[in-house]
Write a protein that binds this ligand. Sequence first.
Ligand SMILES: Nc1ncnc2c1ncn2[C@@H]1O[C@H](COP(=O)(O)OP(=O)(O)OP(=O)(O)O)[C@@H](O)[C@H]1O
Length: 348
Amino acid sequence: MSYLVVNDLSHAFETKSVLQSLSFTLEKGEIASLLGFSGSGKTTALRCIAGFETPQLGAISLNQQPLLAKGVCVPAHERHIGMVFQDYALFPHLNVFENIGFGLPKKERNRSTKIQEILELVGLPTLGKRYPHELSGGQQQRVALARALVMQPAMLLLDEPFSSLDVSLRSRLAEEVRAIIKSLNMTAILVTHDQSEAFAFSDQVGVLHEGKLQQFASPYEVYHQPANRFTADFIGESSWLKGALLSEDVLQTEAGKVKLSSPCSPVDAATFDVLIRPDDVVEDASSTLQAIIESAQFRGAEWMYQLRLASGASLKALLPSYQRYAVGTKIGVRLIAPSVVAFPHSTN
Ligand SMILES: Nc1ncnc2c1ncn2[C@@H]1O[C@H](COP(=O)(O)OP(=O)(O)OP(=O)(O)O)[C@@H](O)[C@H]1O
């Protein structure tokens, strides 16, 4: 049995359904992220696991112990789950040391040593006497993390913990927090709006849409093998080419033949929409596939080009920054994806 099991969770606020049959599992030491539009149910899912909301249906177990089951609903304070929030939620009148120790019983053995060890773990060994208003946002979030970790929780839930920080600090702190969580073999779930943060932070990504989990898989899989069209469009950037089935796993597209990552049955559809990621396209001067550059967006390390093929189809291409072309230039391109996903053609 997995360390965390969330099974068939459904929750509504009065008549408004917010989570529908949410199921996923995590192994000990794994980190997951929940991604989705605003209002898709990410925070509610976290709150159900923490015990702040009681779902109408479903079951949750953690480390083989039922937290929610028929006739069982362990209260939040008995779940041993640590939480870190976007707004840090530190006590302004307590210093860092006191904030971290707040939940630890006064008589706890080695209390001061434990707090000092955690302060060192989060990189603030000398700041114990400071008050929250004397700390930067990044430091306050480290204190909030320390306060959760000092309780040695069974798992950690992080609700947009980096959202209030500026972009450069955000990714650095996310990297550090991931390293700390991994060093403790802690199981964690992060809620975020930021796909690149979710990809860098987690082993598994759950994509939520209108309360339904669309896919729960590794970042690589949700990007390159999205389970459905919503995930394909929501994650990263996508272009769609029409394809006709030549054999069970080969499609003919206007950009040449492509191999499907999983075979299709001809009865699935006559034509398919083939997902092409911008990084599936490379420039190749010797290619017979010609494309005109319709727009160019400089991103630093790369250009994002919008290309138009002779067939009229448009294609996004992410090319290295030194491959610099003016709008209107005709270039040769080639698809390099070893395999692609395709869905029965839709007119939407
Ligand atoms: N206590 C509540 N009472 C009524 N409706 C609620 C309550 N909490 C959340 N909702 C509704 O449930 C839906 C899901 O909210 P939730 O906060 O889980 O989404 P989210 O994906 O975390 O959104 P965001 O990214 O904006 O934080 C929203 O429509 C929200 O308005």
